[in-house]
Ligand binder design. Structure first.
Ligand SMILES: [Fe+2]
Length: 611
């Protein structure tokens, strides 16, 4: 019996270990690239065609690989490398006494040789279709034996490149620091000594003007650790941001990205359009999408490991197909899960381009963007893979005073959003706490009745299993200090990610439901509704067995949230699944201004008996 129990304990330990290790593991990190050895085989080959991509200015294109091995195995795999020259000449040894490994850069994607060829292990012959995006460099394809843990390089292909690898790509809009400013950020291969970057823009059909853009980049030394500083490093190119100012509310604008080369010629992107944001307090229909933890996934099936980010493409496709029906997106942390493999940021910005080039794509910082030991992050884990926030802070614009401290406020018509940075200390007495209080306190609720708090980690309420196991049903210390701010300033809804699921609470304060309603709130909420919308696409999380009283709807599936403000008194909240875009949970709030002013526990200013 004792032996049996021991076996059960060991099995349970293995199961929980598997859960821990499978969560958040970047597929590229499964490749022991630094152990790779050369085992070139003259009888093996790998060929890629076509060798020139983007001849009609496409930014992504399918290629076909054909390959053959004299000693095939089901573990053989194909790595896509970019730049095409991936030998040790591209890196220096960390220790001068030890030479660099033959390969010192991870592939940008990989696939097993038998993926589309069940007979590969017998015939040694195969072919594979892969989707490439323009990432500023050429590509080569390498056939490996030995699996991903002991890679042996058997054959390398011809080189493939895009007609213009430097082209301006992947525009992403974000709200500027004032309501009537839109920013557009993009990536190119043109440095400041090659071309001037600018945005040409104007009212649709009207006069177009040019605004110069600013340019940022960074080098390997900016990364805080491995793999971002080692095998995951890849030149990020140049990241440009243009500031489009004095926009007319709700007007449609067109824009295109340009680079004026010093020989006088121009390189242009395609033409895009967006609708300018409403004035704070403006009474018009305003529709907001919120989700966290989406990550990216590959349409060609490459990089698949443990269903890591399987839901990501469904969420993206659902949002692309519904583009006409929302106005602004909040992706509230854990954006790419690049985890230090920098190539993945291009692939992420490419995946979301149809959305982000059309509506403001506002982000928050998550553990996978920021956390790294001994670098000032509140959590000392290694979730960012050495990126320590640099990629998120550079690749996306947010209207923060200091983008390294990722908290900011932004107004959208009748909404005020206070976006916190859960990877920096938020407790009372900190700089961030002061910011949060100022953001909540400085809004005129008659003009902007819908007050929203956002953070990546769950600072409010969640019954996901790992928070239940902590005993706090949230990030430890999460709501200790903040709940008095949410209550005092009457925050309507607080949103979080991090727990990969959907959960909605009652209107709650100090663990007690302040309102018995579940679907149609009339009058004052008397508390805040907390929502976890972390099912954007990364591997799903489970809930605690016991459902706390404050938890009124929970679903471990991929999905996102939509809020529609019809006017100053009516808000519709909907949770939709990514797989079909249908609504699976919803509620309404109907109330008047006096309901916001009404006193709830701990929420009223002092009064005097004097008249
Ligand atoms: Fe997270």
């Amino acid at each position: 019996m004792k032996v049996f129990l021991n076996v059960v304990v060991v099995l349970l330990a293995l199961v929980s270990l598997e859960e821990v290790t499978s969560h958040g593991v970047q597929p590229l990190s499964k490749i022991a690239i630094e152990k790779a050895v050369i085992a070139l085989d003259n009888k093996a080959f790998i060929k890629a065609s076509p060798s020139v991509l983007g001849v009609n200015e496409e930014n992504k294109e399918w290629i076909t690989l054909t390959y053959s091995s004299s000693r095939p195995s089901i573990n053989d795999w194909i790595g896509v490398f970019s730049p095409a020259n991936f030998s040790s000449s591209t890196c220096l040894p960390e220790n001068p006494r030890v030479g660099p490994p033959y390969l010192c850069t991870a592939p940008i994607k990989y696939q097993f040789a038998n993926f589309s060829n069940p007979t590969y292990k017998d015939t040694g012959k195969g072919s594979l279709k892969l989707l490439l995006i323009n990432q500023r460099s050429d590509f080569s394809f390498a056939l490996f034996s030995g699996g991903v843990s002991n890679p042996k390089l058997v054959s390398v292909s011809n080189t493939v490149s895009f007609a213009n690898p430097n082209a301006p790509l992947y525009p992403r809009l974000a709200q500027g620091s004032t309501w009537n400013e839109m920013t557009v950020t993009w990536t190119s291969g043109y440095g400041l000594d090659e071309a001037e970057p600018f945005v040409e823009w104007g009212r649709k059909g009207g006069q177009q003007i040019r605004s110069l853009a600013v340019t940022l980049t960074f080098d390997r030394n900016t990364m805080c650790g491995a793999p971002a500083r080692t095998v995951g490093w890849r030149d990020p190119g140049f990241i440009h941001t243009g500031f489009l100012k004095e926009l007319w509310p709700n007007s449609v604008y067109t824009y295109k990205l340009g680079h004026k080369l010093f020989n006088g010629t121009y390189v242009w992107s395609g033409i895009y359009k967006f609708k300018a944001s409403p004035y704070p307090g403006q009474n018009s229909i305003q529709r907001v999408i919120i989700f966290g933890d989406m990550g990216k996934d590959e349409e060609d099936g490459s990089n698949e490991y443990n269903n890591f980010q399987r839901g990501s493409l469904n969420t993206t496709k659902q949002l692309i197909s519904d583009l006409k029906n929302y106005d602004i997106v909040f992706h509230i942390g854990d954006l790419t899960y690049a985890n230090g493999y920098l190539s993945q940021w291009d692939q992420f910005t490419s995946q979301i381009e149809p959305i982000a080039s059309r509506v403001p794509y506002m982000i928050a910082s998550g553990n996978h963007e920021r956390d790294w030991p001994d670098t000032g992050s509140f959590y000392g884990n290694m979730d960012s893979g050495g990126e320590c926030g640099v990629l998120a802070e550079t690749m996306f614009f947010v209207p923060a005073e200091n983008r390294a401290k990722f908290w900011y406020s932004t107004d959208y018509g009748m909404f005020r959003f206070c976006v916190a940075d859960s990877e920096h200390d938020w407790r009372e007495g900190t700089e961030q706490y002061k910011f949060i209080e100022h953001c909540l306190a400085s809004v005129d609720r008659q003009k902007q009745p819908w007050l929203i708090f956002i953070a990546h980690r769950v600072l409010g309420y969640s019954s996901t299993d790992f928070y239940a196991n902590e005993g706090s049903f949230a990030e430890p210390m999460g709501r200790d200090d903040l709940q008095k701010l949410w209550q005092k300033y009457k925050v309507d809804i607080a949103f979080y990610g991090h727990a990969h699921s959907y959960e909605r609470t009652c209107a709650v304060y100090q663990n007690i439901c302040t309102n018995n309603e579940k679907h149609y709130y009339k009058g004052s909420l008397n508390g805040t509704i907390h929502v976890v919308a972390g099912g954007g696409g990364a591997s799903l999380a489970d809930f605690s067995i016991l459902q706390p009283k404050w938890s009124i709807f929970r679903d471990s599936d991929y999905g996102f949230v939509k809020m529609t403000a019809f006017d100053h008194s009516n808000l519709l909240f909907e949770y939709k699944k990514s797989r079909d875009g249908k609504v699976y949970d919803s509620f309404r709030i109907s109330r008047d201004y006096r309901d916001i002013l009404a006193c709830a526990v701990d929420s009223c200013p002092s009064t005097t008996l004097a008249s």
